[in-house]
Design a protein around this ligand. Structure first.
Ligand code: CU
Length: 150
């Protein structure tokens, strides 16, 4: 019985190979996959900005964890390009994220309550950027970090 199934499988395989060879006449096997993943992230405002920008494609996402009183980034090495800083608040009070540096001034993600998240997309150039929580007093308490791009 097993032999019979195996034989059938081999037969199918042979048929497939044969048909594949036979069909090599005009590429008529319209096997074009239609799986163009149109799952673009919900970044309506940012896509407009991207269009007017240098067209550097999809931003790299950087996770930023905010709590009392620190900002922790998911990556430390940056090259010039577009980045989305995804802020999540794991602390017990409101936090935000502001970025200042070459070409980026007063760009900030929305301040969020504990458990919340927000994001900001910026184009980073070579140079040094400061990231900090704009909530009064938080930066002084340690919610700041620098990144160097280049
Ligand atoms: Cu804060």
């Amino acid at each position: 019985m097993r032999a019979g199934i195996a034989g059938a499988a081999v037969g199918l395989l042979a048929a497939a190979v044969l048909s594949a060879c036979g069909g090599s006449g005009g590429g008529g096997g319209s096997a074009a996959s239609t799986s163009t993943s149109g799952s673009s992230p919900s970044s309506s405002a940012e896509s407009a900005a991207a269009a007017s920008g240098a067209g550097q494609g999809t931003p790299t996402t950087v996770m930023v964890t905010a709590k009392e009183y620190s900002l922790t980034l998911s990556m430390n090495t940056f090259s010039p390009g577009r980045y989305t800083f995804q802020l999540s608040n794991t602390g017990g009070t409101t936090h935000g994220l502001e970025i200042d540096g070459p070409g980026v001034e007063d760009q900030k993600a929305q301040e969020i309550a504990p458990g919340g998240s927000s994001s900001i997309t910026v184009t980073l150039q070579k140079g040094k950027y400061e990231l900090y929580c704009p909530v009064p007093g938080h930066r002084q308490l340690g919610m700041e970090t620098d990144i160097t791009v280049g």
